[in-house]
Design a protein around this ligand. Structure first.
Ligand SMILES: [Zn+2]
Length: 424
């Protein structure tokens, strides 16, 4: 199976449908990047997360309306990521609904225009990671944790602020005749709350679990997501012994034993990366060396929900290093650097001149040595060499390398960069 075939087969995780989870509880999967939960109570509805766009929320609500015509009373945000909070206006249907969230809930949708910081590049890298503008189905196969084709209208536009904060870990609230218990479960997001329906053995886990190796680092650019905290949260959720697990992305898992195994494996995978990376760091290895050696142990490596469709072990290794020791890899040679253009000049001199460096890039590409090709092309493109082939070579290498990725984020990022370069 090629990496593309494998990534395509992963589409089964976000087949567009509404899964019945228990009597009066449903989960809409595959309409958008993230899932929406529906709990039908005595006198109204509880919605768990609201997905990423008003258009997707409208489709999901229409699906829910084939099941129930009760009004939405309560919305719960499992965490503040945009793909879970951007359809609230649709589910509220113009009424004043209660919106429950973590006490430290903070959305970057609020005040985004005026917030200081690298917002422009973050947006651009987000577009690359999710393959915005790529052709769905052929170029953008999927998102790794959501379908490749989904409605974009009203993206990030249906947010409503929370009206009630969960006051303490384990807090119980009765809504619409249904008992809800809220658990603080920091993981992919620090303000994550998991929502338990004790009477039904059901757990909405937010993004602490989905069917991919966890995204301990997102290449769009994210602060450090504390690895140990995430692993601890998985142990905490497993201790609740749910019989139905409704994740924030990908299809639900049914069955107490299956869920115990999945949560334990997920936790073990994170702890394994921590242990191996820390051991390598203590031995003086740099991130570039560590990514060559750290791998999941055999029983975990084969698990369908630990395949690297969204997060990757290598990126987790780098994130753990940077998150615990910071940017400096420890090698004095990286403590100082030459200006990139000057380094390119010197590399060209070593290669026998700019044209020779350009030719070396072409040869590397022809030999299928794609990572090296990209390095050489980057250097050539910093030189003043109007007749260089490196621009075209780089685009071809980006596309070829993309085809080798089973990780959707990497594939989308490479193809997006290729497309941008073609337009330039
Ligand atoms: Zn999410």
């Amino acid at each position: 199976m090629t990496p593309e075939d494998k990534l395509r087969a992963h589409d089964v995780e976000f087949e567009k449908r509404i899964y019945p989870l228990a009597p009066d509880v449903y989960l809409a999967v595959g309409y958008a990047a993230s899932n929406v939960g529906l709990i039908i109570g005595t006198d109204g509805l509880i919605i768990v997360d609201t997905t990423e766009s008003t258009a997707a929320a409208e489709q999901i609500l229409a699906g829910f309306r084939e099941i129930t015509d009760k009004p939405v009373r309560t919305i719960i945000y499992t965490h503040s990521h945009r793909d879970h909070i951007s359809g609230a206006t649709v589910f509220a249907e113009g009424a004043e609904v209660e919106i429950i969230a973590h006490p430290e809930f903070e959305s970057d949708l609020v005040g985004a225009e005026t917030r200081p910081g690298p917002n422009k590049i973050l947006l651009q890298r987000t577009a690359r990671q999710f393959g915005i503008g790529l052709e769905a189905g052929t170029e953008r196969i999927n998102l790794g944790l959501g379908p490749g084709d989904r409605p974009m209208k009203g993206m990030g536009q249906g947010f409503l602020p929370p009206t009630r904060a969960v006051t303490e870990d384990g807090q119980v609230l009765d809504r619409c005749g249904t008992r809800l218990r809220f658990h603080f479960a920091p993981g992919e997001c620090a303000d994550t709350i998991a929502v338990e329906l004790p009477a039904k053995g059901l757990l909405f886990s937010g993004d602490n679990f989905y069917a991919s190796f966890p995204n301990l680092y997102a290449i769009r650019g994210t602060p450090y997501r504390d690895f140990t905290t995430w692993a601890d949260s998985l142990a905490k959720l497993a201790a609740l012994k749910p019989t139905v697990l409704a994740p924030g992305h990908t299809r639900p898992i049914l069955g107490a034993a299956e869920i115990q195994t999945a949560l334990a494996d997920y936790e073990a995978a994170i702890r394994s990366v921590i242990e191996q990376t820390a051991a390598g760091m203590n031995a003086g290895l740099t991130p570039d060396a560590l990514v060559q050696t750290v791998a999941l142990p055999e029983p975990l490596r084969a698990k369908p929900y630990l395949q690297e469709y969204y997060g990757t072990v290598a990126w987790a290794v780098r994130a753990y290093f940077a998150g615990t020791l910071g940017w400096f890899d420890g090698d004095p040679a990286t403590l100082f650097s030459l200006p990139p253009a000057e380094e390119a000049d010197r590399l060209a001199a070593l290669a026998g001149g700019p044209s020779a460096l350009d030719a070396a890039a072409t040869r590397a590409f022809e030999a299928g040595d794609l990572i090296w090709t990209l390095k050489l092309c980057a250097a050539v493109l910093r030189l003043d060499l109007p007749e260089a082939q490196a621009g075209a070579t780089r685009i071809a290498a980006l596309r070829a390398l993309a085809r080798q990725q089973e990780n959707a984020c990497a594939r989308n990022y490479l193809l997006h960069c290729a497309k941008q370069a073609e337009k330039a």
